[in-house]
Write a protein that binds this ligand. Structure first.
Ligand code: HEC
Length: 140
């Protein structure tokens, strides 16, 4: 009897773990990392211009991204979103939005002395994380 219960609990724990762990590894980017970047760490600071959840005094100088993620961008637009963040100027000439894939805005001071290949890898990864975070804003 007792053994059976332990076995049942172990199965439940495993299932729980699978539910938590699987979504995190099956995605390209990491939404939690993306959220940190969007809110300013190291320096993406999207919140300076765009509204995101949890901002007390949201900026209104740029489109509300919660709104856009729910009404404009679908799952198929992932690559487009990635490109906008990489090179905003290509889509919106004269925009004040930085082209995050071109400069070193997504790198910390120390990371700026890494090799160009390593820098690019970090920047690409961070843009993936940001995109993942943006998709997490969609109402389920
Ligand atoms: C300095 C202000 C500023 C910052 C910082 C900024 N943006 Fe923007 N962004 C804008 C503006 C303004 C627009 C609207 C395009 C235009 O007309 O310039 C825009 C447009 C966009 C769009 C396209 C919206 C549409 O209409 O389809 C996306 C997506 C976006 N920003 C995401 C981001 C993300 C993610 C970050 C952070 C990594 C960021 N932005 C940082 C100002 C900013």
């Amino acid at each position: 009897m007792e053994k059976k219960r332990v076995f049942k609990m172990a199965i439940m724990a495993l299932l729980l773990f699978a539910f938590i762990a699987v979504p995190a590894v099956s995605q390209a980017g990491n939404a939690a990392e993306g959220e940190k970047l969007v809110h300013g760490r190291p320096v993406a600071n999207c919140v300076a211009c765009h509204h995101f959840p949890g901002i007390v005094m949201p900026s209104t100088i740029a489109p509300d991204l919660v709104d856009l993620m729910n009404n404009l961008y679908a799952e198929k637009d992932r690559e487009k979103l990635r490109q906008i963040i990489t090179d905003a100027n290509k889509f919106f000439p004269d925009t004040m939005m930085p082209s995050y894939g071109k400069g070193k805005l997504l790198l910390s001071k120390e990371e700026k002395s890494l090799s160009p290949e390593e820098q690019k890898k970090l920047v690409d990864k961070r843009i993936d994380d940001i995109v993942e975070y943006l998709y997490s804003l969609k109402k389920k």
